[in-house]
Design a protein around this ligand. Sequence first.
Ligand code: C2O
Ligand code: CU
Length: 476
Amino acid sequence: MTSTSHRFSRRDFLKLGAAGSLLSWVPVSRLAAAASPMQYRLTAVKAGVQLAQSPFPETEVWTFNRESPGPLLRLRQGEPARIAVKNELEQPLTVHWHGLRIVNNMDGVPQLTQPPIDPGQEFVYEYTPPDAGTFWYHSHVNTAEQIGRGLYGPLIVEEREPYAVDREALWVLDDWRLDNEAQIVGDFDRQRDLARAGRLGNTVTVNSRTPRSFDVRAGERVRLRLLNAANARIFSLRFQGHRPVVIARDGQPLEPYAPGTAITIGPAQRLDLLLDMTRQPGERFAVLDTQYPQSPFKLMDIVYGEQPALRTSMPEAVPSLPANPIPEPDLSDPQLQPVVLAGGDLGRLQNAILGDKELDITRLYLLGKMWAINGRVSSGYTDIPLFTVERGRTVLLDFQNDTAWPHPMHLHGHHFKVVEHSSDSTVVGQWLDTVMLGPEERAKVAFVADNPGGWLFHCHILGHVRSGMMAVIRVG
Ligand code: C2O
Ligand code: CU
């Protein structure tokens, strides 16, 4: 049997409040014979989704299976998956499995790892995810527009043994730039966005809906998975009246900790939280986003139902998730790679190399290219590699953000361990696939280059990718 029958519908997202509703569709996959791969079918197609509140009309978005976020894919750690992708849009596309350390020819980067899937065509992805955790998938062609128009979805790789909570929930965060008719504004090349903080929208959604409430029961323990699918927006969440504990980041388990301040999640990042519902039946608490102090807003209300508490005292301990099998970097003799991010408005970049020419910044701006990594502006997925590393060697990336803007830097095919960070000590020691570098910040991250092939390495502010902040590395 296949698992295509239990795709995650938008209605399921809304139902997350009812205890057990999210778990009710999990066991279906458990019935599949262990030897047969998990199977899904994704069709990229335009569809209307009610993003803004009525009386606004539905927004035309680009979807997988007529939903954005696309259906939740649930895979199992160490077990093969087979995902057929059909393209019914007018542009070519690919699907990248963000954060999965899988074989290179399934990584979904056009030209670099596969030919794009042309309109009307189909491509079958087959791979075995080595790590359990919270991941996502998205198109990797014309990403600022395709992801910006909705072409992405969540992906969960289940742990071999279920982690003990009463309930799981998933919040996919996005923001959209909508016009007065609630349609997506198509200015994906607006210079001010490309050269600054990226494209911020005017409508924030959680699981593609607004307004939002999160219905809970007193005494529940909830595993809340957060995914930031926005092109550029960073979220800093404050859970009023609650004390969330972080149990994983970018899919990778960590030593559970309760952040003292807001919980920040940059574009493409994921966070798994353990949220104990310690308040009383009938109470209500806001979840605020305070990332942009000039425009704080309420993301969500946590709404306690009237049922009596599920238990009177919460379990004290927050168990760790089992670690994934990532090789430990050898820091005694790493290949040291400086990574200098430069460009953008208010930056110091004077010239950079694009293709085989050195151009001055004025000329680069005219070409819509404002960002460079180590003095080179990306011209596409077939650039010569930024560096090559022998398979099995530890690489130490020494980031220097020489710009006035934040950059969530993502590496394909690997997770890296943060060794140093100039302003965020909480990430030191964590395994990430996307590390946030604020203006003028520095960080060092290390990984064992154990996955052969050409891998993309880029900022996940998608306007920055479009305007040059991308490179290829080669593990040989
Ligand atoms: Cu989310 Cu190049 O990827
Ligand atoms: Cu960037």
